[in-house]
Design a protein around this ligand. Sequence first.
Ligand SMILES: Cc1cc2nc3c(=O)[nH]c(=O)nc-3n(C[C@H](O)[C@H](O)[C@H](O)COP(=O)(O)O)c2cc1C
Length: 286
Amino acid sequence: MDMFSIAGLRKSVRNFTKKSFDENTKNEILDFFTKCEMLDENIKTEVKLFDKKDLPKEAEENGGYNGFLIEAPYYIAIYSEKKTCFIENAGYMGESIIFKLTSMGIDSCWITLKQDYVIKQPENEMRMTGLIAAGYGEKFKNPKIINKMIWGKGYDNLKVINIDTDNKARKEVTEIVYMNEYGNNITMDELASSGIEEGFYAARHAPSALNRQPWRFILDNEFVVLVIKKDEYTNIYEAKIDAGAVMFNFAAVITERVFKIKWIVEEPEKEYKIPNDCAIAAYCHI
Ligand SMILES: Cc1cc2nc3c(=O)[nH]c(=O)nc-3n(C[C@H](O)[C@H](O)[C@H](O)COP(=O)(O)O)c2cc1C
């Protein structure tokens, strides 16, 4: 399956059957772990697949919105050393794994980790940096949180409805892509003549913590600049996983359809009129 189709198909599933992976499926997943895409190949990482019963306690203690860990037959944990952009890298790798799972008909959902837990591990130790639930989803049952999260009030304050998919609750591409500077919304004509519009359409389907869709793109001639909108409901850890995941969606489609691109996780030296509640996460040359 092509990357653009996978981007459109991927969705978070939170309600899994107990069905196990057969041996071939498990081996295919484990094999993919050794070759999944990275933002920075110099960051030491390790990816592990856990059966539910073997999930390390640290994941149970630190995973999930408000401490609510999604029940799943399997969990995928991305371990990383602490280095510049190691969290974005985990987001990138995790999303590449999710694309692979989606192409295999396997459902998944990112699970947030407590920021303090990720950052405050002993300096030279590998730490769990990304966590993903995986398995085969129940048909047409995807509990979705529909009210705002109130921290410290427990999961009970959340209103949940069962839906087929919440993938449709998405910003329009023209709302998230700007021309030349922040806030200057791209027109449909400009988008069509950019030659990379499919990358933006795929990016728009990326997962994001609490579905905040914090990504904005500035198309500046031969550069695309990724801006992340800060949010009172999400933290820096989540913003960085969001950034890594959306970078993968964009890069996977552009690399497959147009040419290979590489994100640089730095701020370009140019004024883009970025507002105070936003920050540049990365840029790439197209
Ligand atoms: C960094 C990150 C953390 C997330 N953490 C959780 C989580 O702990 N629990 C959960 O149910 N969903 C979690 N999600 C999934 C998002 O809620 C989901 O991506 C968003 O609602 C959009 O829906 P979609 O993925 O189906 O497009 C997380 C997503 C990201 C990117």
